[in-house]
Design a protein around this ligand. Structure first.
Ligand SMILES: C[S@@+](CC[C@H](N)C(=O)[O-])C[C@H]1O[C@@H](n2cnc3c(N)ncnc32)[C@H](O)[C@@H]1O
Length: 268
């Protein structure tokens, strides 16, 4: 029998994957490490199936290890007799509490099978919520910016745990970044905020991230030619004068422009 780590996505009930929902519906017990993940899980399973686990808000590693051992000891017998799920917001493998549980189960209950169902992570959801495009070929770094920290270096960064936005903002602007903040993105609980003014979000809320991009970053997209060559010449720019039509139908961009690559590729 199996312990499933299920990613719930950023917080809206219908952003749980089809597979994640099926696993939750089939599980005998669904463990949740916190109030928000519990609320999302309750959209998919009856409250009688929810098993709450208590994790202390502390950095004391001894206390944390004790809590993880206790949680693993509670979960393991149920995972031997049936299927159980442990839910986390976002993806279970991205900055997640599930990692601690997985390692503790591996160490003390190696007979338990583990499977992970990925979820929509804030690492990717932020792009849609904040109208950002990470174009093919671009780099993107994930960092933490807790307690006013301002990590710098990469051209583009997504920063988690932005708990003191004004202080983080100061350091980032000084280092030459444009910054946008997103709070409670795609989340049913609380108000979603997208802003580039840190004063709008000066109250601490753990579910806050930032996207920082070097202000002098120059991105030359092949599609820029559509807007510049001539007023209606978007097709000409892409096809050396041949219209981008095929018997009256607009043909796909890949053929028209010579873009190559699969779902994640293509040249700029
Ligand atoms: C411990 S990490 C968990 C990440 C999660 N496992 C994921 O894949 O999205 C928590 C941080 O992720 C960011 N975060 C997670 N969900 C978010 C959301 N819906 N809106 C804004 N930020 C979010 C916040 O920066 C928060 O401090």
């Amino acid at each position: 029998m199996t312990l499933y780590g299920v990613g719930l996505g950023p917080g809206e009930a219908d952003l749980v994957t089809v597979r994640g929902k099926a696993v939750l519906e089939d599980a005998d017990v669904v463990y949740s490490p916190g109030r928000l993940s519990r609320t999302v899980a309750l959209n998919h399973v009856d409250e009688s199936k929810i098993g709450d686990l208590d994790f202390p808000m502390t950095k004391d590693e001894e206390k944390l290890r004790a809590a993880w051992k206790e949680a693993a000891a509670e979960i393991a017998p149920n995972a031997r007799d049936g299927d159980v799920a442990f839910v986390t917001l976002g993806d279970p493998n991205v900055y997640s509490t599930f990692g601690h549980l997985r390692r503790t189960i591996d160490a003390f209950h190696p007979e338990v099978d583990l499977e992970i169902v990925p979820g929509v992570s804030a690492v990717t959801a932020f792009a849609t919520a904040m109208g950002v495009e990470i174009e093919a070929g671009a780099g993107l770094s994930l960092r933490e910016a807790a307690s006013g920290a301002s990590p710098t270096g990469p051209d583009r960064m997504i920063l988690f745990k932005v708990t003191d936005a004004p202080a983080t903002h100061e350091g980032l602007v000084e280092a030459g970044y444009d910054v946008t903040y997103g709070r409670r993105l795609f989340m049913e609980q609380g108000e979603s905020v997208v802003t580039d003014d840190p004063a709008d979000i000066d109250e601490r809320d753990y579910y806050t991230l930032a996207y920082a991009e070097k202000e002098d970053l120059e991105v030359e997209q092949a599609t820029a030619a559509f807007g510049t060559d001539d007023a209606d010449g978007s097709e000409d720019a892409a096809t050396d004068g041949e219209p981008v039509t095929d018997g009256g139908e607009v043909v796909d961009l890949e053929r028209a422009t010579g873009f190559e690559g699969g779902d994640c590729g293509g040249q700029r």
